[in-house]
Design a protein around this ligand. Structure first.
Ligand code: NAD
Length: 454
């Protein structure tokens, strides 16, 4: 790995033409091979809904590539500025340049998207790239290696396969930038490893993303959007609604509305329903079962009480008002379990959120402008989404990233280009300039001039 990196670091940045050429080739490869992407992720998961893969790992990335290819010729242009008047007529410019070799580390929950998205940004910046896909989705990792080797030469993009020990070694390489997507726990290890080389990091992490429902917002509308966002990929989404807060007297009605919309989306949850995805592996399935074991029977609301677990297929479960001491409220759930927490009012909900880590996304369902403003201003989160779940991720004009425990830095669209570029300050001195007036020896006249300027 080290020799590969050293070799790549000797090579020049990709030109605009090379960047556009490779991005178009990547676009074509994703379009041509979408069935292979669906099949590989499906094999890794046991069952992953093909439509979810098409939406989240093909369409989102194709849109990202389209947007990047269209705007890149403008993004790479120097931003010209006049110098401060005392330095006239010299000129200034901010010129984006490639950082060098970028490392990308990806998780398993959207194993293709979370490689292709950062890769698009890194190539747009003109960088060469080394990638470490997740070992938990090995078939997808192999496919990524094979598809990318058709699009890029080995000294442009190099994919490393392997387990956690390989990931650890990878994160210790002296990259010029490292973009890591994964858990907050591992994010801390990655940042420590990168610190030895002063490698700048973008950390796209997780955590608990809460949902708040305002007192007069339609429960039917909120439940429909929450059910979509939570059960997509069986809850294994970094921005999945982790839990919902609502006033005490509306908890029961919300649970009914959630059940209705869940059953309407997934009339059955058995193996024959190919729209519902499995939990990625047995270890995660057992982790989720353990969360339920800490709860009482009264707290657990099975949406499909008759469902018998088949492999790692876990039916949606709603939890009625768990305690904050329960592990389900202490850790990111990352599976099809949705706690509903009763609160007194919005102020109570805001105070509760502010006691915990800053979320990756905070969702609010409200039609009241004052309430929207209050929640937005009095809380801090990577993103804030009003009256809808998940789709803010797909907005090309919005940076995507966390704050505090949910991450640092961001990418997507222009922000991805900026993250993967060094914005170099350039100063052009003019032939005629006033430098001699402020240079030693400081004569009486020069002192007067300096005095006048200061
Ligand atoms: P993870 O942190 O376990 O693994 C992510 C990557 O880190 C993998 O490539 C893995 O090989 C590597 N890794 C694991 N242990 C390591 C170690 N000790 N040293 C060095 N590298 C190590 O995360 P995961 O379980 O694959 O993914 C789930 C997490 O990712 C959730 O917390 C989720 O919220 C988060 N996530 C965040 C985003 C985002 O964009 N913010 C997107 C998807 C997932």
């Amino acid at each position: 790995m080290q020799s590969q990196l050293s070799q790549m670091q000797q090579l020049p940045a990709l030109t605009l033409e090379q960047r556009l050429g490779r991005l178009k080739a990547l676009q074509k490869s994703i379009q041509t091979n979408k069935q292979l992407i669906i099949d590989a992720i499906n094999a890794d998961y046991g069952q992953r809904a093909a439509s979810e893969t098409l939406l989240a790992e093909v369409l989102v990335n194709l849109e990202d590539l389209k947007h990047t290819i269209k705007h890149l010729p403008r993004w790479v242009k120097a931003e010209k500025w006049t110098a401060d008047w005392k330095f006239w007529p010299s000129r200034c410019a901010i010129i984006p340049e490639a950082k060098g070799v970028v490392g990308i580390m990806a998780p398993w929950n959207y194993p293709f998207n979370l490689v292709a998205g950062p890769l698009t940004a890194a190539i747009a910046g003109g960088n060469r790239v080394m990638i470490k896909p997740s070992e938990i989705t090995p078939k997808t990792a192999e496919l990524i290696q094979s598809l990318l080797s058709d699009v890029f030469s080995d000294d442009e993009v190099f994919v490393v396969l392997g387990d956690v020990a390989v990931a650890d070694e990878f994160s210790r390489l002296a990259f010029d930038h490292l973009l890591f997507t994964g858990s907050t726990r591992v994010g801390k290890i990655i940042m420590r490893n990168a610190a030895d080389n002063l490698t700048p990091v973008t950390l796209e992490l997780g955590g608990k993303s809460p949902v708040l429902i305002d007192r007069d917002y339609s429960l039917d509308k909120a439940a429909k959007s929450i059910a979509k966002g939570k059960w997509f990929n069986a809850g294994q989404t970094c921005i999945a609604p982790d839990y919902v807060m609502i006033e005490t007297n509306r908890v029961a009605a919300l649970i009914d509305a959630l059940k209705k919309h869940t059953i309407s989306a997934y009339p059955s949850i058995d193996n024959n329903n190919r729209d519902y995805s499995c939990v990625v592996n047995n270890q995660h399935f057992e982790r989720l079962q353990k969360l339920l074991k800490q709860l009482t029977n009264e707290q657990i609301v099975h949406v499909y009480p008759e469902h018998q677990a088949q492999g790692n297929r876990m039916a949606p479960v709603i939890v009625d008002n768990p305690n904050w001491q329960n592990t389900v409220m202490q850790e990111e759930i990352f599976g099809p379990i949705l706690p509903i927490i009763a609160v007194d009012d919005m102020t109570d909900a805001i105070e509760t959120i502010n006691k915990g880590d800053k979320p990756l996304t905070l969702y609010l369902f409200s039609n009241n402008r004052q309430t929207i403003k209050k929640v937005r201003q009095q809380t801090s989160s990577g993103s804030f989404a009003v009256n809808e779940t998940l789709v803010h991720f797909a907005q090309q004009n919005l940076p995507f990233g966390g704050i505090g425990a949910s991450g640092m830095g961001s990418y997507h669209g222009y922000q991805g280009f900026v993250t993967m570029s060094h914005m170099k300050s350039v100063y052009y001195q003019s032939r005629l300039n006033g430098n001699d007036l402020v240079r030693a020896p400081f004569t009486k006249l020069k002192k007067k001039i300096i005095d006048w300027m200061s």
